[in-house]
Design a protein. Structure first.
Length: 175
């Protein structure tokens, strides 16, 4: 019998996230100068930072190439940031090989067709509530949160709780 997503969460060591539609709500604001601005959820960022501090690998693979996104992610402690990625599968393969990560230990959260093929390579493909139907169809877990509205926090928190690391991370820490 196949393992449930809750059982798989005990084996996760690595989180990989798309940006647009996962860490953002898919909206962009375009300035008069043509600069594209995005909004990111502070709670998603807080959870990403907690995951990194607890020893998880956190990686971002995105087709977009906004440098503001890179700065935000670096400030959270994310070091593996692949922006402007034309082939997410190739980038994924290079990343897991570089760090000797097994696909069965990876949770990938995507929201749309560019994530489809890479999500098929991991044991725990996940998506936000507002993901495309094709992505929902291949996801082992669909967050009750929309992209950019806490979906990343949802999966990180669930994995860390399954492994007894969520509140343990915060013991003695004050914000």
């Amino acid at each position: 019998m196949a393992k449930s997503y809750k059982e798989i969460m005990n084996e996760i060591t690595t989180f990989i996230f798309d940006v647009d539609g996962v860490l953002t709500d898919s909206s962009v604001f375009v300035t008069n100068e043509g600069e594209i601005l995005r909004t990111m959820n502070i709670r998603d960022g807080y959870a990403m930072k907690a995951a990194i501090e607890s020893g998880f690998n956190v990686c971002v693979i995105s087709g977009g190439s906004n440098e503001g996104v890179r700065v935000r992610l670096r400030n959270l402690g994310v070091t593996d940031i692949y922006l402007g990625t034309p082939d997410k599968v190739e980038t994924f393969k290079e990343y897991v090989e570089l760090y000797n990560i097994k696909p069965e230990n990876v949770l990938y959260m995507g929201d749309d067709i560019p994530d489809y093929h890479v999500m098929q390579l991991v044991t725990l493909p996940t998506c936000p509530q507002d993901a495309s139907p094709e992505i929902k169809a291949i996801s082992r877990y669909i967050s009750h949160k929309n992209g950019g509205k806490g979906a990343a926090r949802d999966v990180i928190e669930q994995v860390m709780k399954a492994q007894g690391k969520w509140m343990a991370h915060f013991d003695g820490k004050h914000d």
